[in-house]
Design a protein around this ligand. Sequence first.
Ligand code: ATP
Ligand code: GAR
Ligand code: MG
Length: 389
Amino acid sequence: MKFTAPLKSNSTKIMLLGSGELGKEVIIEAQRLGIETVAVDSYNNAPAQLVANKAYTINMKNKDEVLDVIRREKPTYILPEVEAISIQALFDAENEGFHVIPNAEAVNKTMNRKNIREFAAERLNLPTSDYRFVTTFEGLEEAAKEIGYPCVIKPVMSSSGHGQSIARNSSNLVESWELAKEARGDASELIVEEFITFDYEITMLTARNENQTVFCEPIGHIQKNGDYVFSWQPMEMSEEAKQKAQEIAKTVTDGLGGRGIFGVELFIKGDEVYFSEVSPRPHDTGMVTMITQSQSEFALHVRAVLGLPLDYIDYGCGASAAYKAQEDTFTPTIDIEDSAFTKNSFVRVFGKPQSHEGRRMAVALVFDKDSSQNALDKSKEIISKFTDC
Ligand SMILES: Nc1ncnc2c1ncn2[C@@H]1O[C@H](COP(=O)(O)OP(=O)(O)OP(=O)(O)O)[C@@H](O)[C@H]1O
Ligand SMILES: NCC(=O)N[C@@H]1O[C@H](COP(=O)([O-])[O-])[C@@H](O)[C@H]1O
Ligand SMILES: [Mg+2]
């Protein structure tokens, strides 16, 4: 196959639906190939909008607004970047001949925990935690009793831990029920999951197109309140666990189909591997690949979308540490010591126009040829010196 640089043919256009920090890097990678880019989100000056050729701010959950912008721009590829998008708009766009990445049904399955859990556990027979779905408080009480404590309670549509909680006994359920309403997407139904006492958890980044599936080295990560704070690559795992992790990732990404990179989230206990969930797009924990791989997860995503070869090299070990804002402000700025910038480390500041406490604003990335642990320690040290100003 031949790749015609789009600036010559002026024919390839990528539209992002969701324009956060992950989308920003996707746009930069697309721009590097001369591809025209359009960034859509629900607020102005979202990170990817700052670097795209064009930006639109719309209500992303409104089917007509999403379809309007698609019909007006006629993108070659539509790349969903967040969960909270009108899924009907994606199905309609696909029916009109637009190419949704990886495909509208895969987005539909993965944006909703009920769809993806039933697909993975009941259709693909992948090992998962035990689970129930509930729509009422009485249902929650019943399900928690059946699953046992502690259990994890999450809205069926949400991300970055919004609306998620762990109930340690029945007296926590009222609080969990109230907290679930803080979901980004849809809290009309909740999943109650068995709490897996895993040894560690990983993201298995899996890039695929019609010709090839490629796995990145496993990424270990730490989450706080359901949101990622540190990640490192590679995560040391037994050969058996790694093999199982790749098999699960292959099964679920083949099952979803289409082109692009997927972040397959897995819990590991001994040599047992449990499927947790999957993002049909770059993963926040995968930001570490900006420093560990010749082609980051964002570059691989763009390559996969374009049907280009997915080969890359690993440079060595690395780690990422997320910086979260400490206060709410419309003029966020961060003080970063110049010691953060070394031959083995750098920082990405997302440029979000507004901060609120706990919002991810920047990431520190560290390379260490031989040790993920050293890279992790260094990345923690770097962000410990960041301050809001
Ligand atoms: N059943 C479980 N047992 C133990 N820990 C869990 C369970 N479910 C979730 N967690 C913990 O909470 C984290 C976030 O959960 P999950 O990935 O389902 O939420 P999310 O809102 O989709 O997050 P993100 O959008 O960042 O991927 C997991 O990475 C894991 O650390
Ligand atoms: N875990 C999913 C994830 O990391 N998504 C990333 O965060 C952005 C939203 O950030 P915000 O909440 O600060 O607007 C999304 O647009 C995406 O880039
Ligand atoms: Mg997750």
